[in-house]
Design a protein around this ligand. Sequence first.
Ligand SMILES: Cc1cc2nc3c(=O)[nH]c(=O)nc-3n(C[C@H](O)[C@H](O)[C@H](O)COP(=O)(O)O)c2cc1C
Length: 188
Amino acid sequence: MTRRNFLLNAAIAAGATLAGAAGAQTPAPAQKPKTLVAYYSWSGNTKALARHLADALGAELLELTPETPYPTAYSACLDKAKADIAAGARPALKVLPDLAPYDAVLVGTPNWWGTLAPPVCTLIENPALAGKKMALFQTHGGGGEQRCGRDFKRLAKGEIVASPLIVAGTRAAASRQAAAQWAAALPL
Ligand SMILES: Cc1cc2nc3c(=O)[nH]c(=O)nc-3n(C[C@H](O)[C@H](O)[C@H](O)COP(=O)(O)O)c2cc1C
């Protein structure tokens, strides 16, 4: 090898080493936030909306199931819900996973007597939610938001990052696009 070629090869090798080192210092891409979509649904509408959101975000789904279910007959459910809300009941939930791994928890409720369904209150008051990003989605029977968003703000232990997604119960199954749009705008 001539002295000129030797110097050229050495310069190329040094360049490659530097490029390699620079590559090693490039920060890893930000990890996707781990999101939980947790909901209570008595007759399936909020469940349909929750599924759309979980699909849009690639999030995990958790159905909140009270240990003692609400009555299946509508008028009995109305009465029990009214009494529970008046009493500030926090029904025990059958299954509650470890919330620690989640960065964000989206919470779904039907509008019950103008406010959140009690099983949802049980979840959102959990101190394990402190510091997590949270947002509410709800379905209703014509009353719209009523006091749901306000009560969510008052009770939730996490940091609320968006206005609620509010969908009429009869439109929940057909609201895939609205759910995806709301989910895409969340600052997660
Ligand atoms: C106990 C109970 C109370 C309700 N109270 C209200 C209400 O105050 N305002 C309203 O708009 N809809 C009310 N609804 C209707 C539900 O919010 C609506 O049908 C919702 O989409 C049901 O969601 P789900 O199928 O996930 O249970 C009530 C329904 C039940 C069962």
